[in-house]
Design a protein around this ligand. Structure first.
Ligand SMILES: Cc1cc2nc3c(=O)[nH]c(=O)nc-3n(C[C@H](O)[C@H](O)[C@H](O)COP(=O)(O)OP(=O)(O)OC[C@H]3O[C@@H](n4cnc5c(N)ncnc54)[C@H](O)[C@@H]3O)c2cc1C
Length: 405
């Protein structure tokens, strides 16, 4: 039986919301400017998050298992409200975890889930490695190969992954690779690369426009051997899937897509957090700032911007919460509801942060205030985890039943 959908948060959800918000306000936001400038992974902040249990397998599991499904989006919104880059540094490992949860067995989740986070004494990170230099949106053309060495019961991985969050600094890398290239995305599988495995290394670390506290880099796999047990879902299931694909039968899952479906509302929620931060800041500013002898908010052109910003933010939250509830309660995304939430929240964050700059005039454009950073941070949300165009493709295919190109 699915949980009834309610827009009133439960006691548990409210408590978590306040707990994450307090951490975000007291620890993340004051550090945001510094880590954006340094463009480094904010280890001390992640350590603080681990100390209070916010960066932990236990907490993320609790959030994912929340019956109403809203604990994860609430957490994501509050973290990104503090700072999206540091928020992603804290949340990045959950993408690796989601890759394991979507494709692995219960035993694999139990074994590797805790290792994605480590302990407060020894923090670990995880990464989910799909994108490649020549395959971003087009996941079916991945070139990274996984070849089975039957004699040793090992898989040998070769290829280069790019733009990977936590890439190369992660302890656990979840890698999507092609086992049978001629089958496209249906010939792919996901593998765990355990900590300390030879043959995996970090390539170039990228300098970015925004979310600069989050680490993004290439991951190079050079004859990287992992035990047979690191194939997520197991060999038997993969062999069955490949056999079905060879016969041209419908497949039940695609390794990368299964992960993205489950993580989209959480990504939308991060965009929502940035948008809310910018809206609140601009609203306060518009009440304070005076021009022509009155507060600028007394001009309709400014007040209406704020009205539109707030409306779009609330609409984003409703879409995110609906998709999160549907995901948690096993509802089919018949009309691409997961994609809608990410698409709308991502584009809202870009629009709202731009309007916040406009409302603040010159003060919005300089680094003394955070809105220019929030605008830079927001842009990634129309690009990663499926660009806005790809979300529109998913939605239009879902509503039309036609394979729109
Ligand atoms: C900061 C950052 C962090 C990231 N983290 C990760 C990560 O942790 N793991 C990971 O695997 N990847 C990650 N990525 C990669 C990200 O998911 C890809 O950049 C994204 O999927 C887009 O792929 P692409 O850059 O190759 O663009 P392309 O696929 O080359 O697209 C270029 C443009 O063409 C459009 N386009 C492409 N195909 C179509 C089509 N059929 N119809 C209409 N328009 C189309 C796109 O929408 C886009 O506007 C990250 C990227 C960044 C920048």
């Amino acid at each position: 039986m699915s949980q009834p959908f309610s827009l009133e948060l439960s006691e548990d959800q409210l408590q978590i919301q306040k707990w994450v918000h307090d951490f975000s306000e007291q620890t993340i936001r004051p550090a945001a400017h510094e880590w954006d400038e340094r463009e480094e992974f904010p280890w001390p902040i992640v350590e603080e998050a681990a100390k209070i249990g916010l960066y932990s397998f236990e907490f993320i599991s609790q959030a994912y298992m929340d019956e109403g499904g809203l604990m994860m989006p609430i957490t994501c919104e509050e973290l990104a409200w503090g700072d999206a880059g540091i928020g992603l540094a804290i949340l990045g490992s959950t993408l690796g975890l989601a890759g394991i949860a979507a494709n692995g067995t219960a035993e694999q989740l139990f074994e590797w889930g805790p290792q994605c986070f480590g302990t407060p004494e020894k923090i670990q990170l995880a990464a989910f490695c799909v994108s490649e230099p020549d395959a971003g949106s087009d996941v079916s053309s991945l070139r990274t190969r996984a070849v089975y060495d039957e004699a040793k019961d090992e898989w040998v991985l070769n290829g280069t992954k790019t733009w990977i969050t936590n890439g190369g600094i992660a302890d656990v890398h979840v890698v999507v690779a092609s086992v049978e290239p001629e089958l496209g995305s249906r010939g792919q599988a996901s593998f765990i690369v355990p900590p300390g495995t030879p043959g995996i290394s970090q390539g170039q670390k990228f300098e970015k426009m925004g979310i600069r506290a989050s680490h993004t880099a290439e991951v190079v796999l050079d004859d990287c051997r992992v035990p047979g047990s690191c194939l997520l879902g197991g060999k038997e299931k993969l062999d069955e899937k490949l056999a079905r694909a060879r016969e041209g039968k419908r497949s039940t899952s695609q390794a990368a897509m299964a992960t993205f479906e489950s993580s989209r509302p959480a990504v939308g929620a991060q965009a929502l957090g940035i948008a809310r931060a910018a809206y609140e800041y601009a609203l306060d500013y518009a009440k304070e700032r005076r021009a022509f002898g009155r507060a600028i908010i007394e001009n309709q052109s400014i007040a209406f911007k704020l009205a539109d910003m707030k409306t779009r933010i609330d609409a984003s939250r409703l879409l995110v919460w609906r998709a999160a509830w549907m995901g948690r309660n096993g509802k089919r995304f018949e009309s691409g509801e997961g994609s809608m939430s990410k698409l709308f929240a991502g584009e809202t964050a870009v629009a709202v942060t731009e309007e916040a700059i406009q409302i603040m005039g010159g003060y919005g454009y300089i680094r003394e205030h955070p809105v220019e950073r929030w605008h830079r941070d927001s842009k990634i949300f129309t690009i990663f985890e499926g660009t806005s165009e790809i979300q529109r493709l998913i939605i239009s295919r879902a509503i039309s039943g036609i394979h729109i190109k």
